[in-house]
Design a protein around this ligand. Structure first.
Ligand code: ASP
Length: 366
């Protein structure tokens, strides 16, 4: 019996049914939530990303990669502004030889005529082999996945940002960047991570927190205005997974008292686009973050030189350019890593990842 959308959604709450709904033959098929990735999945994706990155350095490696998904067609359906993420997915597909199409103005599509999500994605599934989608509705990608799961021609769906809720591939690239940064320092386990910003509405921050639960004894310190503090659902999940957390409403005291013990600082912008038409949510301010949520240049002396500094971009005022020469500044590496991890995800989805790791292994690139 085909589940209703509500049943499908409820099935995503529990680990076993979530895996059954979102994977096929052990491969990611619908990529909707950070929680769907377990530790071995993350390690494998990161290793595949590294293999792709290193193979891509040489002509023969590039040729090999470009042959893997040749002939596959990927639809990028982006209803919210995005240049970076859309281009990152396109570049990732390109690395493996797949073709991409981008539709970013939904006014030119049949949505504008009132077509349902279900009909639109089923139509697209006739021409494409996967759909990557970004939408302001938290449930859009989920609904697309649900309707395709019940169709005769199911194709993978990847969320490239779901409303205020999750940004799974961003968290995968963030995790890949953290893993790289801590390679010589015992990996991501046991690290002390500060996440600053509009946690309640920042899908990148929330997805990263969910993904960190897959590591041993992480500590997460959230710094956000009271109105945008992490929601109960996220906090309950973190506690269930034995993540030590603290919530603060200003950055300076936290860094002043314990800056030396912090391993990574993840800065995000206030999500002011949601203020328009808000329902009683206090205004996040006119331009950027207020002082309490800015990583000021003067805080450099409060943290270690090896503290990792990250941001999902775009930034407004919360991470000044003066940080760019800090040894732990990883923001531009994050951007590049986004392409590698998304390529790794496509490879895993279409069953090409084993071959990639094997070749990289034979060439001693891993
Ligand atoms: N680019 C990220 C996102 O789409 C972060 C942000 O916009 O603040 O969620």
């Amino acid at each position: 019996m085909t589940p209703t959308f509500e049943e499908f959604k409820a099935g995503l709450d529990e680990r076993e049914s979530r895996r059954a709904l979102l994977t096929r033959d052990g491969r990611p098929f619908f990529v909707l939530l950070s929680q769907q990735f377990l530790r071995p999945d993350i390690e494998m994706l990161c290793d595949t990303a590294t293999a792709i990155r290193r193979l891509d350095r040489h002509v023969d490696g590039r040729e090999f990669l470009r042959g893997l998904l040749r002939g596959l067609r990927i639809m990028n359906l982006f209803a919210q502004p995005s240049t970076r993420t859309a281009e990152s997915f396109i570049a990732a597909a390109d690395k493996l030889g797949a073709n991409s199409r981008l539709v970013s103005d939904l006014r030119t599509s049949s949505f504008a005529k009132g077509e349902s999500i279900e009909d639109s994605v089923r139509t697209l599934s006739s021409f494409f082999d996967a759909i990557v989608t970004r939408h302001q509705d938290d449930d859009f990608a989920m609904r697309a996945a649900w309707s395709l799961a019940a169709s005769r021609r199911p194709i993978p769906v990847v969320s490239a940002g779901s409303g205020k809720s999750q940004h799974v591939t961003q968290s995968l690239l963030d995790l890949y960047t953290l893993r790289y940064s801590f390679a010589e320092r015992g990996g991501v386990d046991g690290k002390n991570v500060v996440i600053i910003g509009d946690i309640a509405r920042n899908r990148a921050a929330r997805s990263l927190a969910y993904l960190l639960t897959r590591f041993e004894r992480p500590r997460i310190h959230f710094v956000s205005p009271d109105a945008f503090a992490p929601d109960d659902e996220l906090m309950r999940y973190l506690h269930r997974h034995e993540v030590e957390t603290s919530v603060h409403n200003a950055l300076q005291p936290l860094l002043h008292d314990g800056g030396n013990g912090i391993d990574a600082i993840y800065v995000t912008r206030l999500q002011q686009e949601w203020d328009r038409g808000n329902n009683g949510i206090p205004d996040a301010g006119e331009r950027g973050s207020s002082d309490d949520y800015v990583l000021k240049t003067e805080y450099r002396r409060l943290i270690r030189p090896d503290c990792v500094i990250m941001h999902p971009l775009p930034r407004v005022n919360e991470l000044p350019e003066s940080w760019e020469d800090h040894p732990g500044f990883m923001v531009w590496r994050q951007v590049r890593n986004g392409m590698w991890i998304r390529a790794a995800l496509f490879a895993a989805m279409f069953g090409a990842d084993g071959e990639i790791r094997a070749r990289a292994g034979r060439l001693s690139l891993l």
